[in-house]
Design a protein around this ligand. Structure first.
Ligand code: NAI
Ligand code: MG
Length: 355
């Protein structure tokens, strides 16, 4: 099983080192090859996603990704900025399905901004379509308006767009994921206003005919945003488009306490995937050895489950993380009175011991 390890910038290198430690402790036949990405790759090769890094990613069964970005690259032309590396990887690998589980571990109930009773036991999964929608639809651009409220004025426009096959494949992913969980899918749309999302709703309903054992509910995105903070445990799997998913997944991530706890997976049709924490390179704390490595360690568990067919190993890592939290070990982002403050490497070592 070949894994491309792309640590990237900032805390990326620190947290990925801990996930690699944990993977090595499993004694599975894993071949891990490192390559630079983002600002680190720009420094070495003059490009955030060098050919050699892209080739390694394409030739591997899975990619373990840290994070990219730093303000010092803000002055570069857009194609050379570190963030282009992650967009390039998504595009070249065809990673259309983004999984973001929001799980509230019992030990961290107090770290959430919501009342404990609302989030204790929370375990929901947001599935965001990653390659379509208004983020990529053409045409887009700036022009002089010829109609509308202000003819002759400067204006900008984007195109919201989804094809039937794009919606069908993400709907299948959602129903199949729900089958392994509590068998409920909430499809989030804005069908009352947008033709794209009336179509989304129709196509998801068509696909649902093949999954009679799974309950399907449709919800408008504004209501979904409200329900996520009102009664998040009513959800099981949420499936939605690229833009709504971007916003709702960040909202859901905060239910659980710290962004440092949240893993993610981005999958293509061949089951290949890119696994990364939901957070960025955190330049404000980089190099201090205090970043929380658990989101990355939990991303490695998702990699074992989804791309490497090692569900038992994934379960072991998740159980080890819970054990370490039960022991009271906390990086500063999740620290509270009465718990023990540890650094990045100590946290990784503790997970290895718990394994
Ligand atoms: P960020 O997620 O890097 O940081 C937001 C806040 O959360 C910071 O205060 C940071 O210290 C904290 N934080 C993040 N991860 C943490 C961890 N594991 N442990 C403890 N605290 C943690 O987002 P920000 O500051 O908006 O962006 C910083 C850079 O990261 C930018 O260059 C941005 O473009 C990039 N970025 C990259 C992503 C990626 O590689 N996929 C995703 C999001 C942002
Ligand atoms: Mg986002």
């Amino acid at each position: 099983m070949k894994i491309a390890v792309l640590p990237g910038d900032g805390i990326g290198t620190e947290i990925v080192a801990e996930a690699v430690k944990v993977l090595q402790a499993l004694s599975l036949p894993l071949e891990m090859e490192h390559a630079p990405v983002g600002g680190a790759a720009y420094e070495q090769h003059g490009h955030p996603l060098p050919e050699s890094t892209l080739k390694l990613a394409m030739d591997s069964d899975a990619v373990l990704f840290g994070a990219v970005g730093d303000w010092k690259y803000d002055k570069l032309d857009r194609p050379l900025r570190p963030e282009q590396a992650i967009l390039g990887l998504r595009k070249h690998l065809g990673l259309f399905a983004n999984f973001r589980p929001a799980i509230c571990y019992e030990q961290l109930v107090g770290a959430s901004s919501l009342k404990p009773e609302l989030i204790a036991g929370l375990d929901i999964l947001i599935i965001r379509e990653l390659t379509g929608d208004i983020y990529f639809g053409q045409p887009r651009g700036r022009r002089t308006a010829t109609d509308g409220h202000f003819p002759g004025a400067e204006e900008a426009f984007d195109t919201m767009r989804y094809s039937r096959p794009e919606i069908e494949r993400i709907a299948h992913v959602a129903f199949q994921a729900a089958r392994k969980r509590r068998k409920k899918v909430t499809s989030v749309d804005k069908a009352n206003v947008l033709e794209t999302f009336q179509f989304w709703k129709d196509v998801v309903s068509d696909v649902h005919a093949q999954y009679p054992d799974v309950e399907l509910e449709h919800m408008y995105v504004d209501n979904a945003a409200m329900q996520l903070v009102k009664a998040p445990k009513k959800f099981d799997v949420i499936v939605t488009g690229n833009m709504f998913g971007d916003i709702l997944s960040d909202e859901a991530s905060m239910l659980t306490g710290s962004i440092g706890m949240l893993p993610s997976a981005s999958l293509n049709e061949r089951g290949q995937g890119l696994y990364e924490p939901s957070h960025g390179s955190a330049p404000d704390i980089a190099g201090q050895g205090i970043a929380n490595p658990l989101a990355t360690i939990l991303s490695a568990a998702m990699m074992l489950r989804f791309s490497l067919n090692q569900p038992e190993a994934a379960d072991r890592i998740e159980a080890a993380v819970q054990r370490v939290l039960a022991q009271g070990l906390r990086t500063p982002d999740i620290w509270s009175e009465g718990t023990t403050r540890v650094g990045t490497a100590q946290m990784g070592d503790a997970v290895v011991r718990a394994l």
